[in-house]
Design a protein around this ligand. Structure first.
Ligand code: CA
Length: 692
């Protein structure tokens, strides 16, 4: 025994174990580090609550800018910074990483993974990235083109770079990795196009894969990977979902309970969306739109709760999940809370997946309530769109999307970035899988805006956003802050009785956490979607947020651009008491000046172009070619741009994010799209002339 204890092997094992353990115990105690924001949700429970209160409801009006840092690119900025050991790590679009001084904003290093820009075509919802994970001396980033990369924390140099996807399929990664005891957990997206969802664990040491958990069954004629898949396959019926992929991607939210040793993942919509085409024989289609509890040691299934059985509306359960211990009916319960896209706020027992309660936090037209006996939503007959189109709320953008919530144990409230959106669901009865485009089996081209002015005004006024303070114990709204538009940013709450949120119209706002009183607001001049964080260094508390508008709703546009400075690069903005007051930002939205003034008299060509545009182009360039102020407004192309139009559509524009569409569009179809875009330019010019 003595010999063994002194053997070099034993000492090496002891050393490496204790070293790994020490960082794990450090992040398990993340709550105690006021100078850090160690984990994506600050702590493994993902509550996004900080005990800091130097900045509080009595002095927040003195908040001003400490520093800002430009990322050098526009599009959606969705990062949650990690602050550790005196360095702030952020990401920017295209999965670029920056290491910054958290006090001064000075750049320490940057890393561009050189993702293929043409891969943007596989990204349903912008080329965003939601942040890195840090473990000991490594910074881990997942890239839009499906890689997982380890960087040296001090220098930014690559330790290892591995591929997590099959590149013959349209997978993308936008989410932040989580790391549990040296295992990096990462999923991916792509269910709009058609992929099979999974989540994997990789060894932080060298990037070797440790396990993979598929969320939906593959071809039932082939052996299932696990018992969970054999069980899930019984809930799918008819159709060939495995050819489209089945969906259920794990593209964002996770949480971890160290005491139960359970990893919670949120799964996405089906591929295709439409259940009447995906699984025509019915069934719940496990594990779509579910919270699934997994053993992080081996990837084994433990329990699941499905929020939308047999989902057909893109009602993902990938939205932010928060773990808390709260008293319900006199009993302390270990709960997991989520406000998924479907509009219900759920409180679930996280030890076993048992349903506790659910209540709608936004208006909804697809279900009346969740049956407390079964834990299942009661669908409304009039919401059935199998045979005829149905105007439904929430739409596919959800009552709440990816933007993180926050839970304050002090107020006992959950703060939800909520929104109201509409969508016409309509079954595409001629649906055929096309591997190079969206595969929803819905008449997606019906998303374009109503032409009837009254109908348009109705949709316009019904498309709003708000921040809701929600009491999870009694399932009730306590206060709300109303916004004109959806798609505002994530939320931070602090023990200074404060809630911070950035808005889609560019304001960074602080409310009193208990009452919702607006205490402070600053106009940043750019739409905000990211969540704020806070930390305290050298006795000074900072509040940090990334600004830069983008993501699904922003790209679809539809209404007037919320982004006041289109094309302006995103920035990290960090605030402190006594910081600089900002000058009122210059609004660069000028009158639009379309160069096309003559309409093609062939209305059939324009109509065909309109159809193709909404099949292939609207997801980045906006509904009706009215962009959200993020990507080039095609109506405003000059003569050079119009001359290059067909070449750009069919050949792509290298390095810009504009891929070639030669595989799905003929030259005639590209010409029709051009005629449609030009017709929208003429219409814009006519409307402007009428207004003047
Ligand atoms: Ca989706």
């Amino acid at each position: 025994m003595k010999n063994l204890l002194l053997s070099p092997l034993f000492l090496i094992l002891l050393f490496s174990c204790s070293e790994a353990d020490s960082y794990f115990s450090r992040v398990l105690n993340a709550d105690s580090e006021e100078d850090s924001w160690l984990l994506h949700g600050r702590t493994y429970d993902e509550s996004r609550f900080s005990p800091l209160k130097d900045i509080n409801d009595s002095n927040v009006q003195d908040l001003g800018l400490a520093w800002s840092f430009e990322t050098g690119t526009n599009r959606g900025h969705e990062t949650t910074p990690i602050v550790v050991d005196g360095i702030m790590f952020i990401t920017a679009p295209w999965s670029v990483v920056f290491a910054l001084d958290p006090v001064t904003g000075k750049e320490i290093w940057s890393f561009d993974p050189q993702a293929d820009k043409a891969w943007a075509r596989n990204a349903c919802c912008d080329v965003v990235n939601r942040g890195v994970a840090v473990w000991e001396d490594q910074v881990i980033v997942a890239t839009i083109d499906g890689r997982l990369i380890s960087l040296d924390k001090k220098s930014g140099e690559v330790n290892w770079d591995i591929l997590t996807i099959d590149k013959s399929k349209p997978y993308t990664i936008t989410g932040a990795p989580r790391i549990i005891n040296g295992k990096i957990i990462i999923g991916n997206g792509g269910a709009e196009y058609g992929v099979r969802g999974y989540i994997s664990a990789y060894d932080v040491k060298d990037g070797s894969m440790l396990w993979r958990f598929f969320t939906v069954p593959g071809n039932p004629d082939e052996p299932f990977e696990s018992e969970a898949m054999a069980h899930a396959a019984k809930t799918w019926s008819g159709g060939k979902w495995w050819e489209v992929g089945g969906g259920g991607t794990v593209w964002d939210s996770m949480a971890y309970d160290p005491e139960l040793n359970l990893l919670y993942i949120g799964t996405g919509n089906g591929s295709p969306w439409n259940r009447y085409q995906r699984s025509p024989g019915g069934g719940d289609n496990l594990y779509l739109s579910s919270i699934v509890a997994i053993n992080p040691d081996n990837g084994g299934y433990v329990w699941h709760y499905q929020t939308t059985p047999g989902d057909t509306w893109d009602y993902t359960a990938t939205q932010h999940m928060i773990l808390a211990d709260i008293e319900i009916n006199g009993e302390l319960r270990k709960v997991i809370m989520q406000a998924p896209k479907n509009g219900f706020f759920y409180v679930i027992d996280r030890t076993n997946g048992e349903f506790i309660s659910a209540k709608n936090y936004v208006p909804m037209s697809w279900a009346s309530h969740v049956d407390p006996k079964t834990g299942r939503p009661v669908e409304l007959d009039e919401a059935n769109h199998k045979l005829s189109p149905v105007l439904t709320t929430p739409g596919p953008l959800g009552g709440h999307n990816w933007h993180p919530m926050s839970y304050s144990p002090t107020t006992g409230l959950v703060y939800i970035p909520a929104q109201e959106t509409l969508f016409i669901f309509s079954t595409d009865t001629n649906f055929k899988y096309n591997p190079r485009t969206w595969n929803t089996a819905q008449q997606i081209e019906m998303t374009y805006l109503p032409k009837d002015p009254e109908e348009l005004a109705m949709v316009d006024s019904a498309t709003v956003g708000y921040l809701v303070a929600w009491d999870p114990k009694i399932q009730k709204e306590v206060w709300r802050a109303q916004y004109q538009r959806p798609w505002s940013g994530g939320v931070l709450s602090t023990d200074g009785n404060l809630v911070f949120q950035g808005t889609s119209d560019g304001r960074f706002i602080s409310y009193a956490a208990d009452s919702g009183d607006l205490l402070w607001s600053m106009d940043t001049g750019q739409g905000i979607v990211a969540p704020p964080i806070t930390y305290k260094i050298n006795g000074e508390q900072f509040v940090a947020i990334q600004v830069g508008y983008g993501g699904a709703y922003a790209l679809l546009g539809a209404f007037e651009p919320a982004n006041e400075n289109p094309g302006r690069n995103g920035r990290m903005m960090v605030f402190k008491l006594g910081g600089k007051q900002l000058e009122k930002p210059i609004k660069t939205i000028a009158q639009l000046h379309p160069t096309i003034t003559e309409l093609n008299p062939d209305s059939l060509i324009i109509a065909r172009g309109e159809y193709e545009y909404h099949e292939h182009c609207q997801f980045c360039h906006g509904i009706g070619a009215i962009g959200g102020g993020v990507i080039a407004d095609l109506r405003m192309l000059d003569s050079e741009g119009n001359t290059a139009f067909l070449g750009s559509v069919l050949g792509g524009v290298h390095g810009s994010g504009m891929a070639s569409f030669q595989d799905v569009l003929t030259i005639d179809q590209a010409t029709q799209i051009h005629e449609y875009v030009k017709s929208q330019a003429v219409l814009t010019g006519v409307l402007q002339a009428a207004e003047q």
